[in-house]
Ligand binder design. Structure first.
Ligand code: ADP
Ligand code: MG
Length: 240
C-alpha cells in the first residue's frame, strides 16, 4: 500500500529523516514510536505530502508520487489523518463536520453524504450526537468525530499522530477502542502513539525511529520482549 525508499527530509539544516525505507501492506497496522523530536510527525506528514520530502521515493498503491506532477490533493484524499488536536469546525454540528468534505471535495449529494456519515457515526458510537456542536462533546467524543470525518472520505490509509495525547486519561480508552475496531475491519493504519498497551495488542508491526533512522521494526511480541537495539530497550523502559 505504501512503499518508502530512502526518504530524507531536513529543516533549516537539521536532518530529521535521514534515510527512511519501509513498506506498509494493505490492512497492516503499524505503530511508530520514538523520542520526542525523532521525526515521527514529519514522517507521517511526508506520507500524505503535508511535508514534501527532500529526496527519496514514496509509492502509494503502486504509484510513485512525483510531487511536481501529481495532484497532491487527490493523493491526500486517500490518506485520512487524525491529529492530536481535533480541528473540528466549531460552528458546525457533528454531522455537518463529517459531510463537509464528501460534499465539497468528493462532490457527493447531500443525502448520500448524510446517509454515509450517519453510518460512520454509528460505527464510532456517536450517532446520537449528530446534531450536537463540538463544544458540547468531551475530548474523546471530539476525537471520535475527527476519526469519523476522516473516514467519510473513504481513505485507503488512516494516519494517526498521537490521537490520544491531548485527552484526559479516562477518555483515552474510547478512542483506542474506535481505532481497534477500524483495525479489525482491515483498515490500513499508521499510528504514532505512546500507548504501548494498544501497540502490543493491535499493531502488526512496531517501528522505532531514532536519529532520523528506523532502528527497529518488528512484531510487537518480539519488539516489546526482546528488542535488538539498546536504544529501543532504554526507550521502552521510559514509556512502559
Ligand atoms: P516528533 O513527532 O517525533 O516529536 P517531529 O517530526 O515533530 O518529531 O520533529 C522532528 C524535528 O524536526 C524536531 O527537531 C522539530 O523541531 C523539527 N521540525 C519539525 N517540523 C518542522 C518545521 N516545519 N520547521 C522546522 N523544524 C521542524
Ligand atoms: Mg510529533
Amino acid at each position: 500500500m505504501i512503499k518508502v525508499k530512502q526518504l530524507c527530509k531536513a529543516f533549516d539544516g537539521l536532518q530529521v529523516l535521514k534515510n527512511i525505507s519501509m513498506e506498509i501492506n494493505k490492512s497492516e497496522v503499524v505503530v511508530l514510536i520514538g523520542a520526542s523530536g525523532s521525526g515521527k510527525s514529519t514522517l507521517l506528514r511526508c506520507l500524505n505530502f503535508l511535508e514534501i520530502k527532500d529526496s527519496g521515493e514514496i509509492e502509494i498503491s503502486g504509484q510513485v508520487i512525483d510531487t511536481k506532477k501529481t495532484n497532491l490533493n487527490k493523493v491526500r484524499e486517500d490518506m485520512g489523518m487524525v491529529f492530536q488536536h481535533f480541528n473540528l469546525f466549531p460552528h458546525m454540528t457533528v454531522l455537518a463536520n463529517v459531510i463537509e468534505a464528501p460534499i465539497h471535495i468528493k462532490k457527493k449529494s447531500k443525502q448520500t453524504a448524510i446517509d454515509q456519515a450517519m453510518d460512520i457515526l454509528q460505527k464510532v458510537g456517536l450517532a446520537d450526537k449528530a446534531h450536537h456542536y463540538p463544544e458540547q462533546l468531551s475530548g474523546g467524543q471530539k476525537q471520535r468525530v475527527a476519526i469519523a470525518r476522516a473516514l467519510a472520505m473513504e481513505p485507503a490509509v488512516m494516519l494517526f499522530d498521537e490521537p490520544t495525547s491531548a485527552l484526559d486519561p479516562e477518555l483515552v480508552g474510547e478512542v483506542l477502542e474506535t481505532m481497534k475496531n477500524l483495525a479489525r475491519e482491515g483498515m490500513t493504519m499508521v499510528i504514532v502513539t505512546h500507548e504501548m498497551g494498544f501497540a502490543r495488542e493491535v499493531a502488526d508491526r512496531v517501528i522505532m525511529l531514532a536519529d532520523g533512522n528506523i532502528i527497529e521494526d518488528g512484531h510487537p511480541s518480539v519488539f516489546f520482549t526482546d528488542p535488538k537495539e539498546e536504544r529501543t530497550r532504554r526507550f521502552l523502559q521510559q514509556v512502559l
